[in-house]
Design a protein around this ligand. Sequence first.
Ligand code: C2O
Ligand code: CU
Length: 440
Amino acid sequence: DPVSLHGQGTGHGTGQAAGAGAVSVDDLKGPTTGTPDRRYTLTAQEAKIELASGRTVDAWTFNGQIPGPELRMKQGELVEITLVNKLKDTPVSTHWHGLDVPNGEDGVAGVTQDAVQPGGTYTYRFRVKERGTFWYHSHQASSEEVQRGLFGPMVIDPAQPLRPVDQDVTVQAHTWDTSRGPVTALGTSDVLDHRTASPGQKVRLRLVNSDIVTRVFTLTGVPYKVTAIDGMDINEPGELTGRRLVTAGAGRLDVEFTMPSTPVRLAFEDAPDAGIAFSADGKGSLAPNFGGEEFDKTSYGRPASQPFGAGSTYDRKFDLVLDDWLGFYDGGFALRQTINGRVFPDAPMLMVKEGELIRVRFLNRGQEDHPMHLHGHHVLVLSHNGKPLTGSPIWQDTVLVRPGEEWEVAFKADNPGIWMDHCHNFGHAQLGMVMHVAYE
Ligand code: C2O
Ligand code: CU
């Protein structure tokens, strides 16, 4: 495939390719000394997994489970994670989606490391700056490997507990290829999952969308707050009811509520019979309501001062037009997903310098949703369709750009290296929607 970056996995040292000069990925590693506060081993291996309904998945797993184990750590800790590849013919890597780690720890096969071959191992070490809800996944042949199960949640607790909850529930929405066709589930639960929650208990839901498509979650039966988007806290979130919680592919939402004396139902639109029912006796349930207004992050919560924003002067500005392209390509009729009319590796490379403030505007002129993910940096959302945000600052690692939309975002170039910026719909990435940000 001429435009597939996911799937090469042999080109260590893309530093040269990017013209990044003397700096090589090996100079951009996490701390090599110091005793880690946490150690994890992730073993990529095959497993046959049964979903709650009895359907089976021939999965590629981390540690024999889908999703992989929840990696739990504290902000500020030094973490060491060893990847062991026990798959037969399949090279893997591991990317910490949304964590701004040093470039050499980013886990992108073909860019920041070589893919780990069957029988091989690779050790990642980094200090965790962020706190919140993140996830990890293979970044080699991502389209197939993530779909088949090589991913899991990553939860980073604050160094000091902020708002303790009685139940802290991570759910990962994913579509599995099963013995009886594709089925969308929360983890391995493709039927309604009943849980007990006593009235008055505080519940936090960490919703992770590990699918390539946009998902709509709903929470019915209780008012709630969206406390974080992509793991980043919302400033003074207000109470909501019945909203359609639109979540980008690869995006996360944290939602908190206080359990009432009546049942509460978490659901998602593409699998209305699945989800979670919370009730005092673990038996009650409630029909989901998908008919509400869409949750609007651009006016949610309250403003707070940030290191930069709409009024800042930007050192560089980039406009990126996302589009579908149908035409003659490589001797056949083909669909491509383009950035400024180009596909990887001809898509633009955004050159930046350390310390600069960068503004990027995404415009979607096509027909498909594009969850645009920048590695190694969080972007501050400046405006949507030309209108500045009026609520809480929103920091994201994955910006959903829907057809016709324009999102203006900004970031500080403070993490040298060569970073992927791509559509997290891996199908679109394979069709060309991949580019890089590189430091001069
Ligand atoms: Cu979540 Cu380039 O990845
Ligand atoms: Cu896309």
